[in-house]
Design a protein around this ligand. Sequence first.
Ligand SMILES: NC(=O)C1=CN([C@@H]2O[C@H](COP(=O)(O)OP(=O)(O)OC[C@H]3O[C@@H](n4cnc5c(N)ncnc54)[C@H](O)[C@@H]3O)[C@@H](O)[C@H]2O)C=CC1
Ligand SMILES: O=C(O)C1=N[C@H](C(=O)O)C[C@H](O)C1
Length: 252
Amino acid sequence: MVKVVVSGALGRMGTNIGRIVDEAADMELVGGIDIQEGTLFGTEVVLAERMDAFLKEKKPDVLIDFTVAAAAVENIKVAAENNVALIVGTTGFSPEQRATIASAVEGTVPAVISSNFSVGVNIFWKLVREAARELGDYDVEVTEAHHRYKKDAPSGTAKTILDILDQELGGREKVYGRVGETERKGEIGVHAIRGGDIVGDHSVLFAGNFECIEVSHRAYDRAVFAQGAVRAARWVVGREPRIYGMQDVLGL
Ligand SMILES: NC(=O)C1=CN([C@@H]2O[C@H](COP(=O)(O)OP(=O)(O)OC[C@H]3O[C@@H](n4cnc5c(N)ncnc54)[C@H](O)[C@@H]3O)[C@@H](O)[C@H]2O)C=CC1
Ligand SMILES: O=C(O)C1=N[C@H](C(=O)O)C[C@H](O)C1
Protein backbone atom coordinates (compact mmCIF):
# COMPACT_ATOMS: atom_id res chain seq x y z
CA MET A 1 0.00 0.00 0.00
CA VAL A 2 1.30 3.43 -0.98
CA LYS A 3 0.31 5.87 1.79
CA VAL A 4 -0.53 9.33 0.43
CA VAL A 5 -1.05 12.79 1.95
CA VAL A 6 -2.47 15.51 -0.32
CA SER A 7 -1.38 19.12 0.17
CA GLY A 8 -3.86 21.68 -1.15
CA ALA A 9 -6.41 19.02 -0.19
CA LEU A 10 -9.47 21.29 -0.36
CA GLY A 11 -8.60 22.81 -3.75
CA ARG A 12 -9.68 21.89 -7.30
CA MET A 13 -6.74 19.53 -7.88
CA GLY A 14 -6.52 18.30 -4.28
CA THR A 15 -10.09 17.00 -4.29
CA ASN A 16 -9.64 15.30 -7.69
CA ILE A 17 -6.47 13.59 -6.46
CA GLY A 18 -8.08 12.63 -3.14
CA ARG A 19 -10.91 10.86 -4.99
CA ILE A 20 -8.56 8.87 -7.23
CA VAL A 21 -6.30 7.83 -4.33
CA ASP A 22 -9.33 6.93 -2.21
CA GLU A 23 -10.62 4.64 -4.99
CA ALA A 24 -7.23 3.01 -5.72
CA ALA A 25 -6.90 -0.53 -4.38
CA ASP A 26 -3.12 -0.22 -3.98
CA MET A 27 -3.13 3.15 -2.20
CA GLU A 28 -4.19 4.52 1.15
CA LEU A 29 -5.28 8.14 1.52
CA VAL A 30 -4.05 9.04 5.02
CA GLY A 31 -5.02 12.72 5.10
CA GLY A 32 -4.63 16.20 3.72
CA ILE A 33 -3.05 19.58 4.40
CA ASP A 34 -4.62 22.96 3.67
CA ILE A 35 -5.02 26.41 5.20
CA GLN A 36 -8.44 25.44 6.55
CA GLU A 37 -9.33 22.29 8.47
CA GLY A 38 -11.73 19.85 6.83
CA THR A 39 -12.05 16.35 5.49
CA LEU A 40 -10.95 14.62 2.30
CA PHE A 41 -12.90 11.43 1.51
CA GLY A 42 -13.27 10.63 5.20
CA THR A 43 -9.70 11.53 6.16
CA GLU A 44 -8.57 14.49 8.24
CA VAL A 45 -7.34 17.71 6.59
CA VAL A 46 -5.09 19.62 8.99
CA LEU A 47 -3.68 23.15 8.92
CA ALA A 48 -0.41 23.71 7.05
CA GLU A 49 1.35 24.74 10.27
CA ARG A 50 0.65 21.26 11.68
CA MET A 51 2.19 19.52 8.66
CA ASP A 52 5.44 18.44 10.33
CA ALA A 53 3.65 16.75 13.26
CA PHE A 54 1.06 15.23 10.88
CA LEU A 55 3.72 13.65 8.65
CA LYS A 56 5.51 12.28 11.73
CA GLU A 57 2.22 10.77 12.95
CA LYS A 58 0.90 9.38 9.61
CA LYS A 59 4.25 8.39 8.05
CA PRO A 60 3.08 8.63 4.41
CA ASP A 61 5.21 7.36 1.53
CA VAL A 62 4.30 10.33 -0.71
CA LEU A 63 3.10 13.91 -0.38
CA ILE A 64 1.27 15.25 -3.46
CA ASP A 65 1.38 19.07 -3.54
CA PHE A 66 -0.95 21.23 -5.67
CA THR A 67 -1.02 24.55 -3.79
CA VAL A 68 0.63 27.91 -4.62
CA ALA A 69 4.33 28.49 -5.22
CA ALA A 70 5.37 30.05 -1.88
CA ALA A 71 3.42 27.43 0.10
CA ALA A 72 4.75 24.55 -1.98
CA VAL A 73 8.37 25.53 -1.30
CA GLU A 74 7.75 25.29 2.47
CA ASN A 75 5.75 22.05 2.12
CA ILE A 76 8.52 20.48 0.05
CA LYS A 77 11.12 21.34 2.71
CA VAL A 78 9.01 19.78 5.48
CA ALA A 79 8.29 16.64 3.44
CA ALA A 80 11.98 16.19 2.57
CA GLU A 81 12.98 16.61 6.24
CA ASN A 82 10.51 13.80 7.03
CA ASN A 83 11.87 11.57 4.26
CA VAL A 84 8.56 11.65 2.34
CA ALA A 85 8.73 11.34 -1.47
CA LEU A 86 7.13 14.15 -3.43
CA ILE A 87 4.84 14.80 -6.37
CA VAL A 88 4.74 18.54 -7.11
CA GLY A 89 2.24 19.95 -9.60
CA THR A 90 2.22 23.49 -8.26
CA THR A 91 3.29 26.11 -10.83
CA GLY A 92 4.55 29.69 -10.75
CA PHE A 93 7.93 29.10 -9.08
CA SER A 94 10.63 31.78 -9.43
CA PRO A 95 14.18 30.68 -10.34
CA GLU A 96 15.17 31.25 -6.67
CA GLN A 97 12.30 29.05 -5.46
CA ARG A 98 13.35 26.34 -7.93
CA ALA A 99 16.89 26.46 -6.52
CA THR A 100 15.55 26.17 -2.94
CA ILE A 101 13.46 23.16 -3.96
CA ALA A 102 16.45 21.51 -5.67
CA SER A 103 18.64 21.87 -2.59
CA ALA A 104 15.87 20.49 -0.32
CA VAL A 105 15.24 17.47 -2.55
CA GLU A 106 18.44 16.42 -4.36
CA GLY A 107 20.14 13.62 -2.43
CA THR A 108 17.33 13.53 0.18
CA VAL A 109 14.07 12.26 -1.37
CA PRO A 110 12.79 11.34 -4.84
CA ALA A 111 10.45 13.97 -6.32
CA VAL A 112 8.51 14.17 -9.58
CA ILE A 113 8.00 17.84 -10.42
CA SER A 114 6.04 18.75 -13.54
CA SER A 115 4.08 21.75 -14.75
CA ASN A 116 1.67 19.30 -16.37
CA PHE A 117 0.92 15.69 -15.34
CA SER A 118 -1.37 14.85 -18.27
CA VAL A 119 -0.08 12.18 -20.64
CA GLY A 120 -1.34 14.21 -23.59
CA VAL A 121 0.64 17.33 -22.68
CA ASN A 122 3.83 15.29 -22.28
CA ILE A 123 3.37 14.01 -25.84
CA PHE A 124 2.41 17.54 -27.01
CA TRP A 125 5.74 18.84 -25.62
CA LYS A 126 7.57 16.24 -27.76
CA LEU A 127 5.63 17.36 -30.84
CA VAL A 128 6.46 21.02 -30.13
CA ARG A 129 10.16 20.11 -29.87
CA GLU A 130 10.04 18.23 -33.17
CA ALA A 131 8.25 21.09 -34.95
CA ALA A 132 10.70 23.69 -33.56
CA ARG A 133 13.65 21.58 -34.75
CA GLU A 134 12.32 21.55 -38.30
CA LEU A 135 10.83 25.07 -38.50
CA GLY A 136 13.57 27.30 -37.11
CA ASP A 137 12.81 30.13 -39.59
CA TYR A 138 9.06 30.31 -38.85
CA ASP A 139 7.48 32.88 -36.51
CA VAL A 140 6.36 31.32 -33.23
CA GLU A 141 3.44 32.33 -30.99
CA VAL A 142 2.46 30.54 -27.75
CA THR A 143 -1.10 30.85 -26.45
CA GLU A 144 -2.62 29.41 -23.29
CA ALA A 145 -6.14 29.70 -21.83
CA HIS A 146 -7.31 28.87 -18.30
CA HIS A 147 -10.20 29.39 -15.87
CA ARG A 148 -10.83 32.72 -14.16
CA TYR A 149 -9.35 31.56 -10.81
CA LYS A 150 -5.85 30.70 -12.05
CA LYS A 151 -3.29 32.71 -10.09
CA ASP A 152 -0.15 32.51 -12.26
CA ALA A 153 0.50 33.62 -15.86
CA PRO A 154 1.76 32.45 -18.18
CA SER A 155 0.91 28.92 -17.11
CA GLY A 156 3.59 26.51 -15.95
CA THR A 157 2.93 24.44 -19.06
CA ALA A 158 3.52 27.50 -21.28
CA LYS A 159 6.80 28.16 -19.45
CA THR A 160 7.85 24.58 -20.15
CA ILE A 161 6.96 25.16 -23.83
CA LEU A 162 9.20 28.27 -23.79
CA ASP A 163 12.05 26.23 -22.23
CA ILE A 164 11.70 23.67 -25.06
CA LEU A 165 11.65 26.42 -27.69
CA ASP A 166 14.74 28.01 -26.10
CA GLN A 167 16.56 24.67 -26.27
CA GLU A 168 15.67 24.22 -29.93
CA LEU A 169 15.68 27.82 -31.22
CA GLY A 170 18.36 29.39 -29.01
CA GLY A 171 16.78 31.83 -26.58
CA ARG A 172 14.68 34.21 -28.67
CA GLU A 173 13.24 37.34 -27.03
CA LYS A 174 9.74 36.84 -25.52
CA VAL A 175 7.01 39.42 -26.04
CA TYR A 176 4.09 39.04 -23.60
CA GLY A 177 1.02 40.36 -25.47
CA ARG A 178 1.23 43.21 -27.97
CA VAL A 179 -0.30 46.66 -27.96
CA GLY A 180 0.25 49.80 -30.01
CA GLU A 181 2.72 49.99 -32.87
CA THR A 182 4.61 46.73 -32.98
CA GLU A 183 7.02 45.50 -35.57
CA ARG A 184 7.47 41.75 -35.63
CA LYS A 185 11.06 40.66 -35.37
CA GLY A 186 12.45 37.35 -34.20
CA GLU A 187 10.57 37.25 -30.89
CA ILE A 188 8.27 34.56 -29.53
CA GLY A 189 4.85 36.04 -28.71
CA VAL A 190 3.24 34.73 -25.51
CA HIS A 191 -0.49 35.17 -24.78
CA ALA A 192 -2.49 34.23 -21.67
CA ILE A 193 -6.31 34.10 -21.74
CA ARG A 194 -8.32 33.83 -18.50
CA GLY A 195 -12.04 33.16 -18.29
CA GLY A 196 -14.89 30.99 -17.08
CA ASP A 197 -14.11 27.38 -16.32
CA ILE A 198 -11.55 26.65 -19.08
CA VAL A 199 -9.61 23.65 -17.76
CA GLY A 200 -6.39 24.25 -19.71
CA ASP A 201 -5.64 24.92 -23.40
CA HIS A 202 -2.17 25.34 -24.91
CA SER A 203 -1.15 25.98 -28.47
CA VAL A 204 2.06 26.76 -30.35
CA LEU A 205 1.69 28.39 -33.77
CA PHE A 206 4.53 28.11 -36.28
CA ALA A 207 3.75 30.65 -39.02
CA GLY A 208 5.63 30.70 -42.30
CA ASN A 209 4.84 32.21 -45.70
CA PHE A 210 1.75 30.58 -47.25
CA GLU A 211 1.36 28.06 -44.39
CA CYS A 212 0.97 27.65 -40.64
CA ILE A 213 1.26 24.67 -38.35
CA GLU A 214 -0.51 24.79 -35.00
CA VAL A 215 0.25 22.18 -32.35
CA SER A 216 -2.34 22.24 -29.59
CA HIS A 217 -3.65 20.42 -26.54
CA ARG A 218 -6.96 20.89 -24.75
CA ALA A 219 -7.84 19.36 -21.37
CA TYR A 220 -11.57 18.77 -20.88
CA ASP A 221 -11.38 17.63 -17.24
CA ARG A 222 -8.70 18.16 -14.58
CA ALA A 223 -8.96 14.43 -13.85
CA VAL A 224 -6.28 14.02 -16.56
CA PHE A 225 -3.80 15.94 -14.41
CA ALA A 226 -4.90 14.14 -11.23
CA GLN A 227 -4.58 10.68 -12.83
CA GLY A 228 -1.07 11.55 -14.01
CA ALA A 229 -0.07 12.77 -10.56
CA VAL A 230 -1.35 9.58 -8.93
CA ARG A 231 0.47 7.49 -11.55
CA ALA A 232 3.66 9.42 -10.69
CA ALA A 233 3.05 8.80 -6.96
CA ARG A 234 3.03 5.03 -7.55
CA TRP A 235 6.21 5.33 -9.63
CA VAL A 236 8.25 7.58 -7.32
CA VAL A 237 8.33 5.42 -4.20
CA GLY A 238 11.75 3.82 -3.72
CA ARG A 239 13.52 5.80 -6.50
CA GLU A 240 16.93 7.43 -6.14
CA PRO A 241 16.66 10.73 -4.25
CA ARG A 242 16.57 13.35 -7.00
CA ILE A 243 14.21 15.40 -9.14
CA TYR A 244 12.40 13.61 -11.96
CA GLY A 245 9.97 14.82 -14.63
CA MET A 246 6.76 13.23 -15.86
CA GLN A 247 8.70 12.09 -18.95
CA ASP A 248 10.68 9.77 -16.62
CA VAL A 249 7.44 8.31 -15.27
CA LEU A 250 6.12 7.76 -18.81
CA GLY A 251 9.44 6.53 -20.18
CA LEU A 252 9.45 9.18 -22.92
N1 LIG B 1 1.03 20.21 -12.90
C1 LIG B 1 -0.25 20.02 -13.29
O1 LIG B 1 -0.58 19.07 -14.02
C2 LIG B 1 -1.27 20.98 -12.78
C3 LIG B 1 -0.90 22.01 -11.97
N2 LIG B 1 -1.83 22.83 -11.42
C4 LIG B 1 -1.32 23.79 -10.47
O2 LIG B 1 -1.69 23.36 -9.16
C5 LIG B 1 -1.87 24.47 -8.31
C6 LIG B 1 -3.21 24.39 -7.63
O3 LIG B 1 -4.25 24.51 -8.58
P1 LIG B 1 -5.79 24.41 -8.14
O4 LIG B 1 -6.05 23.14 -7.43
O5 LIG B 1 -6.58 24.76 -9.33
O6 LIG B 1 -5.86 25.63 -7.09
P2 LIG B 1 -6.87 25.83 -5.87
O7 LIG B 1 -6.77 27.26 -5.49
O8 LIG B 1 -8.19 25.24 -6.18
O9 LIG B 1 -6.22 24.90 -4.72
C7 LIG B 1 -5.07 25.25 -4.00
C8 LIG B 1 -5.28 24.81 -2.57
O10 LIG B 1 -4.06 25.00 -1.86
C9 LIG B 1 -4.41 25.47 -0.58
N3 LIG B 1 -3.24 26.04 0.09
C10 LIG B 1 -2.78 27.31 0.07
N4 LIG B 1 -1.69 27.43 0.86
C11 LIG B 1 -1.45 26.20 1.36
C12 LIG B 1 -0.45 25.67 2.22
N5 LIG B 1 0.50 26.45 2.79
N6 LIG B 1 -0.47 24.34 2.51
C13 LIG B 1 -1.45 23.55 2.01
N7 LIG B 1 -2.44 24.01 1.21
C14 LIG B 1 -2.42 25.31 0.88
C15 LIG B 1 -5.55 26.44 -0.84
O11 LIG B 1 -6.28 26.76 0.35
C16 LIG B 1 -6.36 25.65 -1.86
O12 LIG B 1 -7.30 24.80 -1.22
C17 LIG B 1 -1.64 25.70 -9.18
O13 LIG B 1 -0.31 26.13 -9.04
C18 LIG B 1 -1.88 25.18 -10.59
O14 LIG B 1 -1.23 25.92 -11.57
C19 LIG B 1 -3.16 22.68 -11.67
C20 LIG B 1 -3.59 21.71 -12.49
C21 LIG B 1 -2.69 20.77 -13.14
O1 LIG C 1 -3.99 26.10 -12.89
C1 LIG C 1 -4.44 25.21 -13.67
O2 LIG C 1 -5.63 24.94 -13.73
C2 LIG C 1 -3.46 24.49 -14.49
N1 LIG C 1 -2.20 24.72 -14.28
C3 LIG C 1 -1.10 24.08 -14.92
C4 LIG C 1 -0.22 25.09 -15.58
O3 LIG C 1 -0.02 26.19 -15.03
O4 LIG C 1 0.32 24.81 -16.66
C5 LIG C 1 -1.49 22.91 -15.77
C6 LIG C 1 -2.86 22.97 -16.40
O5 LIG C 1 -2.81 23.68 -17.57
C7 LIG C 1 -3.94 23.49 -15.47
